[in-house]
Design a protein around this ligand. Structure first.
Ligand code: SAM
Ligand code: SF4
Length: 348
């Protein structure tokens, strides 16, 4: 598709890299492998979610091909996500293919952890570099209120298995929602410090499927930090090694470990964004809040291009997607438009 929404800047891909009209170079690709999930988190998915037929999802070979092309354009890190990525069978095989792509030096996974106990060892052997596990609460009743299914014990077993499998620097992602998760913050922090997990709090974004998001349901990173500091002492700002990373990191005042805040609503980091997305059904997106998608499945399956011409067509589409990227997501601004698809259909 053509670039229909440029707001300025160059329309060329500088030196074969994925640079948008605002000078942002893209090095990170989030790849969703499924829209299915074994939870129904209120902030992500409707209770009665309908899923894409399997035939509409990219195959692992198709995903690997896209990643090969993206790597030639400067993509360096891949994060596998969903839906729940561990529900797609043989995910370790995809990991094996992706870590072997020249230019890709980081392959990570975001999971709810329910199936991790069975798969951690296999994923580690396949070469997966990093692991984020989403966990909002250590109380089964709160976990169930959010996820609308049970599973806390399985997540904890998954974390233990991941550590036993040799994953270092496991990170816990926790979504914060006003009126719901305030009481979970300190127990989660104490758990992560005790167990040596890095902790990241993420603000609730307007990507749920049941229109439950409202400004006053966002528990800001600043509010979470205040709760932490009241109970656990002052946090100390920590340097980030990666300029593209959205989190603002701190170390605990006493003892080791880190805690970070991803504040896309109260403190957007769009000017540093280096991310692109590939949905499970083969659509490129240049933002979580993108209202346009670029159909790479059509390119892959259209049968018009093959071999090097197919790679060139994928590269052109990705370039179109990058050039159309807006300056910022615009949450809270007049005219902000929610994307038609919810988080589980995009890939968080
Ligand atoms: N199922 C996996 C999981 O939960 O980790 C991977 C997909 S999930 C969509 C990726 C991340 O997005 C999770 O950490 C989840 O908590 C987060 N997330 C989902 N919906 C969100 C929302 N509306 N606002 C902020 N974070 C959200
Ligand atoms: Fe599933 Fe992850 Fe969405 Fe929860 S946040 S419903 S675990 S995809």
């Amino acid at each position: 598709m053509n670039d229909s929404h440029p707001r300025g800047g160059t329309r060329r891909l500088a030196a074969g890299r994925l640079i948008d009209g605002f000078g942002r170079m893209h090095t990170d690709l989030r790849v969703s492998v499924t829209d299915r999930c074994n939870l129904r988190c209120t902030y992500c998915m409707p209770i009665d979610a309908a899923f894409k037929p399997r035939a509409e999802l990219l195959t692992y070979e198709e995903i690997a091909r896209v990643v090969q092309v993206a790597a030639r354009l400067g993509i360096r890190s891949i994060r596998l996500t969903g839906g729940e990525p561990l529900m797609r069978s043989g995910l370790d095989e995809l990991v094996r293919q992706l870590v072997a792509v020249p230019g890709i030096d980081d392959v990570a996974l975001t999971t709810n952890g329910l199936l991790l106990a069975e798969q951690a060892e296999r994923l580690r052997r396949a070469g997966l570099h990093r692991l984020n596990v989403s966990l909002d609460s250590l109380r089964e009743d709160v976990f169930e209120a959010i996820a609308r299914r049970r599973g806390l014990d399985r997540v904890l077993a998954g974390l233990a298995a991941a550590r036993a499998a040799g994953f270092a620097a496991i990170r816990i992602n926790a979504v914060s929602m006003r009126g719901l998760t305030e009481g979970e913050i300190v127990p989660l922090a104490e758990f992560c410090r005790r167990e040596g997990f890095e902790l990241r709090f993420i603000e609730f974004m307007p990507l749920d499927a049941e229109a439950g998001w409202a400004d006053d349901r966002v528990l800001t990173g600043r509010a979470v930090r205040a709760i932490l500091e009241r109970h656990l002492g002052a946090l100390v700002p920590a340097a980030s090694g990666d300029p593209g990373q959205p989190a603002v990191d701190f170390t605990w005042g006493a003892g080791s470990g880190r805690v970070g805040f991803i504040d896309p609503v109260s403190a957007p980091f769009c000017e540093r964004c280096d991310r692109l997305r590939l949905t499970a059904d083969g659509q490129f997106r240049n933002c979580l809040f993108s209202t346009t998608e670029w159909d790479v499945r059509e390119v892959l399956r259209g049968g018009i291009e093959t071999g090097a011409t197919l790679d060139a067509a994928i590269a052109t589409l990705l370039g179109d997607c990058v050039r159309a990227k807006r300056a910022a997501h615009g949450i809270g601004a007049a005219g902000f438009e929610r994307p038609a698809r919810a988080m589980y259909q995009i890939g968080g």
